[in-house]
Ligand binder design. Structure first.
Ligand code: HAM
Length: 424
């Protein structure tokens, strides 16, 4: 394939045959956020590179090696957004949305990370992202979690479970970080290359290592819960009690540290056992310091992002069948005059019957070929218009599914007859 028609590695087309599940999911998400009073915000796909460096963190995988960064014609360094939180925080600051106000926001769209593509991990992927700005919780932490628990129920997805942790405040985390570095330095010979590199920049990420040779060492590492400040501990305990009261199951995973630097206190991840190694379907946490760090008024905040491709795959595995948008009626017309009359009829019916989906059999061919296409479209009814019908000013209505029934009716009455006799 020449590079002009070769898709970019890790970036996928969503074809019409697959779009049903996407739309099913997107529809459920829109209903969900409306239920909880969250408002949509749309932020640009491109931001200044510096925004992501300052928020996600210099020593994260995303910033170190996964960003699509380029210089534009004016020489500015820009980056395709690898996630939405930084852009939304930037938008809240640059639009003067803070000043003591609170916002419950959501957005949906493509994100870009130059990762090694594999099933469930792509270079362009889509997130459904929710952010609550101005709330210090833990009540809002609970809301975000029960909201997603509701989504899994609504979608009929059972193989999803919740992991929780608290990362404390930047101060308590700094103390913990020191303890952790001390511990790993004591075992430096056992550290793999990746972990040795992380020891200087981002030692907490060592806890996230998937290397089997590192697991025993990690299991013996000091735990962050034992180093939480009193405020964070109380926050974490209240959150857990409220989740228990709401009947949401969870596991505290003391090694859940997240791959982005802006988190404090609550972090969580919904994981699944149905997708192999790319098991996180929705992840997030609190980022009380981020907005100040970017130059805005101190604003506590929390949010999460769900990976749309991964949840679409869960829906496919659960054999969820989306509502098919097949036509209700398919117009089969033969001959030039019948085609013109058929096109006019189609428009009249779309005016008259706004709930009906009317398809027109473009592309000509004999009746047999056209009926084949009508059948393949999934339409319930065919409206047949040939020279002979045209002469007599009638149209034939033919049932394509179940009982085969055909009637003829005057052109002017088609709409009323369809509604009266053929409504689904
Ligand atoms: P994240 O954990 O980097 O967090 O990504 C959130 C979710 O996006 C993951 O759980 C996963 O489902 C999906 N995801 C991430 N990378 C890929 C990929 N390469 N291919 C397919 N799906 C992927 C964030 O992005 C934070 N901004 C979440 C957040 C919002 N925290 C606070 N507010």
């Amino acid at each position: 394939m020449t590079s002009g028609v070769r898709p970019v590695r890790g970036m996928n087309d969503v074809l019409p045959a697959e779009i049903g599940l996407w739309q099913h999911l997107e529809g459920a998400l829109r209903e969900l956020v409306a239920l909880y009073g969250y408002q949509e915000i749309r932020v640009p796909i491109v931001e200044h590179t510096d925004l992501f460096k300052r928020s996600i963190g210099e020593f994260t995988d995303i910033v170190e090696k996964e960003m699509y960064t380029f210089a534009d014609q004016g020489g500015d360094s820009l980056t395709l957004r690898p996630e939405a939180t930084a852009g939304i925080a930037r938008a809240a600051i640059s639009n003067g949305m803070l000043r003591g106000q609170k916002h419950k926001l959501w957005c949906m769209g493509p994100m870009f990370r130059h990762e090694r593509p594999q099933k469930g991990r792509y270079r362009q992927f889509h997130q459904f992202d929710v952010e609550a700005l101005g709330f210090d919780g833990p009540d809002v932490d609970v809301e975000l979690i029960v909201m997603m628990a509701r989504l899994w129920r609504t979608l009929g997805l059972g193989r999803v479970s919740l992991q929780l942790n608290s990362l404390g405040t930047p101060q308590s985390r700094a103390l913990y970080r020191e303890r952790l570095v001390q511990y790993f330095r004591g075992h430096e010979a056992v550290l793999d290359e990746d972990s040795r590199r992380r020891l200087g920049g981002n030692p907490l990420r060592i806890l996230d290592s998937k290397n089997p040779d590192m697991q025993a060492l990690i299991a013996g590492a000091p735990l962050i819960v034992d180093h939480l400040d009193a405020g964070s501990l109380a926050h974490f305990e209240t959150l857990q009690a409220a989740l228990r009261a709401a009947g949401v199951g969870f596991t505290v995973n003391p090694r859940l540290v997240r791959g982005l630097d802006y988190y404090s206190r609550t972090v969580f991840e919904w994981i699944t056992d149905a997708l192999g190694s790319q098991d996180a379907v929705c992840s997030g946490g609190r980022y009380d310091g981020l907005i100040t760090q970017l130059g805005g008024e101190a604003t506590p905040a929390i949010g999460f992002a769900m990976g749309i491709e991964r949840v679409v795959e869960l829906l496919r595995l659960a054999q969820v069948v989306p509502v098919a948008h097949t036509p209700d009626a398919y117009i089969v017309a033969q001959g030039e005059r019948a085609t013109a009359a058929g096109l006019a009829l189609a428009e009249r019916l779309r005016d008259q019957l706004p709930r009906w989906r009317i398809a027109f059999g473009h592309g000509g061919g004999n009746f047999k070929a056209q009926f084949r296409r009508a059948d393949r479209s999934g339409a319930r009814l065919a409206l047949v218009l040939g020279e002979s019908e045209l002469e007599r000013g009638v149209i034939a209505i033919k049932n394509l599914r179940g009982e085969t029934r055909q009637i003829e009716c005057p052109m002017a009455e088609v709409g009323t007859r369809l509604e009266a006799e053929f409504k689904e």
